[in-house]
Design a protein around this ligand. Structure first.
Ligand code: C5P
Length: 227
């Protein structure tokens, strides 16, 4: 199933504390952003990449695309104040496609089998998101006290990619914009429309490079994959 992917890359990476966009940090041999781009560049089902970027970083991103021979990028719209706005700026510029994936540029370890499964489920059912079972015991804490222990069996940690029929995501984003709803992922916007969203079990390796220790996990994953 062919698809296009939106990669929000316009964050500031404050939690990484690197003093620059964390996506430009080198992981083993290449910037994090390039690792992510190369996954989609190598996928024959991916027919286009949309990157939301900061205006002042667009020229640098374009130099990375040229240096690493990334050819599938169709547009580099300006990102917004929140991740959701960055994704929306891409969706607004895209021509309608059958299936669109949204994937954090900061998750460089996504694999092609997961992408393919997400795309196929979204094509058949409308919406599919990647996630993994919660590993730890989960409790609700209020004012420093345990309020409740939640049944772990039904709890999933949600990642990206999140895959949707294009029309469904575009409609969900328009509605969210109109009513001023801000979600932490795209699925929340689609949930508000009452549409079913399917889970695709992903991998604990699909970690988002967020804080310094994630870089240590990330280097270990890359080095093991190289062996
Ligand atoms: O900050 P966090 O890692 O959760 O952001 C997830 C992804 O969204 C990153 O790839 C980041 O660059 C992107 N982002 C964005 N625009 C924002 C905030 C985050 O494109 N305003």
């Amino acid at each position: 199933m062919r698809y296009e992917v939106v990669l929000p890359a316009a964050g500031s990476g404050k939690r990484m504390g690197a003093g620059q966009n964390k996506l430009f940090l080198t992981l083993v041999d290449k910037p994090i952003l390039v690792h992510t781009l190369l996954v989609f560049e190598s996928d024959e089902n991916c027919s286009g990449i949309w990157l939301a970027v900061k205006d002042e970083e667009r020229a640098f991103v374009q130099s990375l695309l040229a240096n690493y021979n990334i050819t599938k990028v169709k547009g580099l719209p300006t990102g917004g104040a929140e991740r959701q706005h960055s994704v929306h700026s891409c969706i607004k510029e895209m021509q309608a496609v059958e299936v669109v994936l949204v994937h954090d540029a900061a998750r460089p370890f996504i694999t092609l089998p997961t992408i393919t499964e997400l795309t196929n489920v979204a094509y058949r059912k409308g919406a599919a998101i990647a996630g993994v079972h919660a590993k730890d015991t989960m409790k609700v804490v209020e004012h420093g006290l345990i309020k409740e222990t939640v049944d772990r069996e039904s709890l999933w940690m949600i990642q990206t990619p999140q895959a949707f029929r294009f029309d469904l995501l575009a409609q969900a984003e328009d509605v969210a914009e109109k009513v001023g709803f801000l979600g932490t992922d795209e699925a929340m916007l689609v949930e508000r429309l009452g549409h079913d969203i399917h889970i695709v079990e992903s991998s604990y390796e699909n970690v988002k490079m967020t804080t310094q220790e994630d870089l240590i996990f990330g280097e270990a994953i890359l080095n093991r994959r190289k062996q």
